[in-house]
Write a protein that binds this ligand. Structure first.
Ligand code: NAD
Length: 472
């Protein structure tokens, strides 16, 4: 295990302990919240080419205070038990912060997806799912996986299919996994959800003029300069939505192959197409390539967004940061020691457990949709449309004025599933930040946003335990 990965779990525990010290909660309860409740480590054989490979994999359920537990599945050659434990712990706090009624969990399969064919990945995913079923570590009421680094809707569809085959007739089977393709029981707006949530979160944070004045920034997303590390699911949607809906300027992008820069802005949608075609972000028209891949950390900008992996901003490079705000779109990208160094310099770190909670929020909506066996909007869309249409007719009659067909179509439109999902996500991200900010402002001693987010989560989880009668 690399030092970085060992530090990730330690870092999560250190952050927990720091916030727990302010919480005033009994130490027995804090110990229970902090511990991972169940760790399933597995090894299974999969035929790759002419040989069998023994695959190492994990599923960790961090907290059973609410069920089902929930958390993504990561495919990466870096996966190890401590990393999955760290990620599962973060899921518990994340769910509490955005009022998603789940315990935290996470899965990891130690494979590098690029080294396997689609068929091989399918065999690995299906075998992993079978192992989870065997030990009752998956199910709509027990533990519900989702995509994470290295996985997406395709893997979720394989998981669902394996589950349905082995659990024939289970009426809520669709809810055993989220992040599925819409054609397989998924929900419109899930793929973009984490990135869109990052946008809503950052837009809310930069909207407070007094907070921004402390950082020497103007309020509002428009014109803010951003650097992104990782052009995968989270990084792509974050960049594209911040650019298109927020008017931000993406000045730098870093990927495995290197880092590119253009102070007037990089069009993220065009860059994604370019990378698909050429296999690299390097050479994208109008950009210069920086000397080292890791130079993204020191680019002059307002907001730095690590959206790749954990422990990217550490003791050895934190001093290079020139941004005023770091938005943790990835899980655990800033170590606890680095955060101390950044905080001393007045740099605000927006914690992962709040900022990237859009994925689990929309996964919750997907799970609700699966359990209700009906898409959102089906009941009320036409009713709303007819009501708005009648209102417009009455207004036209009483005023004697007609509006254009285009204007009418805009006013009378009923909400589609994706509109409802986005609206629920926006509401969730705004409310959650208001709660965190309020806790931060209320404390006499200055605390970080991460400590405030942790405190918010701890209060809610403690109250759940108390209601269960576990800690009267
Ligand atoms: P992804 O696999 O879609 O994308 C990750 C990208 O990062 C890849 O393109 C990869 O090439 C790039 N990358 C890896 N190492 C890099 C490096 N050293 N420098 C630059 N780029 C590098 O993964 P994702 O789903 O976007 O997840 C990214 C992060 O966000 C992870 O920390 C994950 O846990 C977190 N997250 C994901 C979701 C989700 O819904 N997918 C939800 C919450 C949090």
């Amino acid at each position: 295990m690399s030092n970085k990965q060992a530090r990730f779990y330690e870092s999560v525990l250190a952050n927990f302990d720091r916030a727990a010290a302010y919480s005033g909660l009994p130490s027995g309860l804090l110990k229970q919240i902090r511990a991972c409740n169940a760790v399933y480590q597995m090894r299974f054989p999969v035929k790759i080419g002419n040989k069998y490979e023994v695959i190492e994999a994990y599923r960790v359920q961090h907290s059973h205070h609410r069920l089902p537990t929930k958390g993504g599945i990561r495919f990466s050659h870096h996966v190890n038990q401590e990393e999955v434990m760290a990620l599962a712990s973060l899921m518990t706090y994340k769910c509490a912060i955005v009022d998603v009624p789940f315990g935290g969990a996470k899965g990891g399969v130690k494979v590098s997806p690029r080294s396997y064919s689609e068929n091989e990945l399918e065999r690995i995913t299906r075998r992993y799912t079978t192992e989870l079923i065997r030990k009752n570590f998956i199910g709509p009421g027990t533990d519900v996986p989702a995509p994470d680094y290295g996985t997406g809707p395709r893997e979720m569809a394989w998981i669902l299919d394996t589950y349905q085959v082995l659990k024939n007739g289970e009426i809520d089977a669709l809810g055993c996994v989220t992040g599925k393709p819409v054609s397989h029981g998924g929900i419109a707006g899930r793929t973009e959800a984490t990135g869109r949530g990052v946008f809503y979160g950052l837009r809310e944070i930069v909207s407070y003029a007094d907070d921004m004045a402390e950082l020497g920034l103007k309020p509002g997303m428009k014109g803010k300069t951003i650097v992104i590390q990782g052009l995968g699911n989270v990084g792509t949607y974050t960049g594209s939505i911040c650019q298109k809906e927020g008017g931000a300027i993406i000045v730098g992008v870093s990927e495995i192959e290197g880092t590119i820069y253009n102070k007037t802005g990089i069009d993220i949608d065009k860059l994604v197409k370019f990378r698909k075609k050429t296999g690299s972000i390097l050479g994208f028209p109008g950009t210069t390539t920086l000397k080292e891949r890791n130079d993204w950390v020191g680019i002059e900008c307002d907001i730095l967004i690590p959206a790749a992996l954990e422990s990217q901003i550490r003791e050895d490079n934190a001093d290079l940061v020139k941004a005023k705000i770091i938005g943790e779109a990835a899980n655990g990208p800033v170590t606890d020691v680095a955060e101390d160094m950044l905080s001393k310099r007045g740099i605000v770190v927006v914690p992962d457990m709040y900022l990237n909670a859009g994925g689990v929020t929309v996964s919750y909506f997907e799970w609700l949709k699966n359990l209700s066996h009906m898409r959102f909007g089906r009941l009320q869309k036409r009713f709303d449309q007819n009501t708005y249409s009648n209102i417009v007719d009455i207004v036209e009659k009483t005023t004697g004025k007609k509006i254009t067909n285009k204007e009418k179509a805009m006013i009378v439109r009923g909400a589609d599933e994706v509109d409802l999902v986005r609206s629920g996500l926006e509401e969730t991200m705004i409310n959650a930040y208001k709660q965190i900010r309020e806790i931060k402002k209320r404390k006499k001693k200055p605390i970080t946003l991460r400590e405030a987010a942790f405190l918010n989560a701890l209060q809610k989880i403690a109250s759940d335990y108390m209601q269960l009668g576990v800690f009267p």
